[in-house]
Design a protein around this ligand. Structure first.
Ligand SMILES: Cc1cc2nc3c(=O)[nH]c(=O)nc-3n(C[C@H](O)[C@H](O)[C@H](O)COP(=O)(O)O)c2cc1C
Length: 423
């Protein structure tokens, strides 16, 4: 061995460092001097101190962010202006991507829950045979494809309605197709139905739901004729049956269907009957609800309510966005063109429709109240009008993620005032 080393480094020119030996036998290691040991200890102490202060900064930031006032301030002063400087669909895309990424990080959903959710026994509801952690859901159209329902649920939504889902993929109308009308606290959209199709929806919805309650909002493809429409609904219903907690049949969303004239007793029955028939053969029961348009005349709303009372339909979702431009500046309406309006201009009509269904059906059927719920007072009014559950969309866009918390707090306060003994 030493001969080998000598061959490489002739006597007198041997390097101070021993050369690596080829035989696998290690050269004896030099013991570190006391000074080196002290240096090593010092370095370890510095490393620990850095990690400790980094963690404590992180915890302080987390606790600071946990304060609802801080988050409201951050949202109002920074995030909302940023998001509102972008076109609505792009802003929505950023929000959904962020949520979906957070959902993929270990602890991401836990963090969302800690930051936004409110859990309280006074919020719990039993409706449609399902236990809801609170009565506030995310309306259809926000999680169109079904890829962020677990994150929305972690943020505190009592339930999430995914869709509308159609059998085949369809892109919806050309962009731009969603517009903010800030003066009216409204959105105008002409998306139609934008769906990735049934297979993609199933791929998302077959993931374990955790504690999320998921409704599937089903529709027909725009290219499908009205005569063939019932087959589209049945296909979605059948394939999604095991993945949904309830279903909403959306006949009101596709402008191509000239909604009000399509929503006759005959057409609705043709869509619903095959769904009831399929459900009869299943072991598990899935409630079916019908979503109505606010643009239907009151007599047609009554006809829908009669369908609710005369068939195995379980409840109503009232209402979809409106084609009416009342409450919107005429210049805005002309500038933005065709589309349906959601948000504040819809509040009064949504309440009217829910009250009408509730009274006609003697309060015996669940109604999900949706449309223009822009403040906790609107939500309370909707529940007073007869809704068992509510959904929000435009109110969430304008008020931000803390809105759900504000609503839940108002509901808890109301419950405490009504039952002071049950604190
Ligand atoms: C951009 C956008 C897309 C929507 N897409 C759907 C949809 O695909 N299916 C559906 O049933 N409702 C859809 N809706 C209607 C909402 O679910 C809700 O009924 C309506 O917006 C009224 O509630 P809001 O005033 O709280 O927004 C959509 C609404 C918006 C703003």
């Amino acid at each position: 061995m030493f001969n080998q080393i000598h061959a490489i480094c002739p006597r007198g020119t041997r390097s101070a460092q021993p050369l690596p030996l080829q035989t696998g036998i290690r050269a004896p290691r030099r013991l570190p001097t006391r000074q080196e040991r002290r240096m090593k200890q010092r370095r370890a102490q510095i490393r620990k101190a850095i990690i400790r202060s980094f963690l404590s900064i992180l915890i302080k930031i987390f606790l600071y962010l946990c304060r609802p006032t801080t988050r409201a301030m951050l949202y109002g002063k920074l995030i909302k202006p940023l998001l509102f400087s972008l076109p609505p669909e792009q802003a929505h895309h950023i929000v959904t991507i962020t949520l979906s990424l957070l959902g993929k990080i270990p602890g991401g959903r836990w963090l969302l829950h800690k930051l936004y959710a409110v859990d309280h026994p006074a919020l719990e509801r039993e409706v449609l045979g399902i236990r809801f952690r609170n009565p506030v859901g995310m309306a259809a159209g926000f999680d169109r494809y079904g890829h962020i329902y677990r994150e929305l649920s972690a943020m505190g939504f009592g339930f999430v309605e995914v869709g509308s889902i159609t059998p085949k993929r369809q892109p919806g109308n050309p962009k731009p197709r969603i517009f903010r009308i800030e003066s009216a606290r409204a959105l105008l959209n002409r998306v139609g139905i934008c769906s990735h199709g049934l297979d993609r929806a199933v791929a998302h919805l077959r993931q374990p739901h955790g504690t999320a309650i998921v409704g599937c909002n089903i529709g027909k493809n725009t290219a499908t004729s009205c005569e063939q429409g019932p087959a589209d609904y049945l296909k979605c219903f059948r394939n999604l049956y095991q993945y949904a907690d309830y279903f909403t049949v959306n006949v009101a969303c596709d402008p191509g269907q000239k909604a009000p004239s399509y929503q006759t007793r005959e057409n609705i029955t043709r869509i619903l009957e095959p769904l009831f028939e399929f459900r009869r053969g299943q072991n598990q029961y899935r409630p079916i609800l019908l979503k109505v348009s606010p643009d239907l005349p009151d007599e047609t709303i009554d006809t829908m309510t009669d369908i609710l009372m005369e068939t195995p339909l379980d409840g109503m979702v009232a209402v979809n966005a409106t084609a009416s431009k009342a409450g919107i500046d005429r210049l805005d309406a002309t500038r933005l063109g065709a589309g349906v309006v959601s948000g504040e201009p819809l509040t009064r009509r949504a309440l009217e429709v829910v009250r009408r269904i509730h009274e006609r059906s003697h309060g015996a059927y669940p109604i999900i109240g949706v449309g223009g719920l822009m403040s906790p007072d609107d939500v309370l009014a909707m529940l007073d009008a007869g809704a068992s559950l509510v959904q929000i969309y435009t109110g969430y866009v304008y008020n931000g993620p803390g809105y759900l918390r504000t609503i839940c707090r108002a509901l808890i306060e109301r419950a405490a005032a009504e039952h002071p003994d049950k604190k």
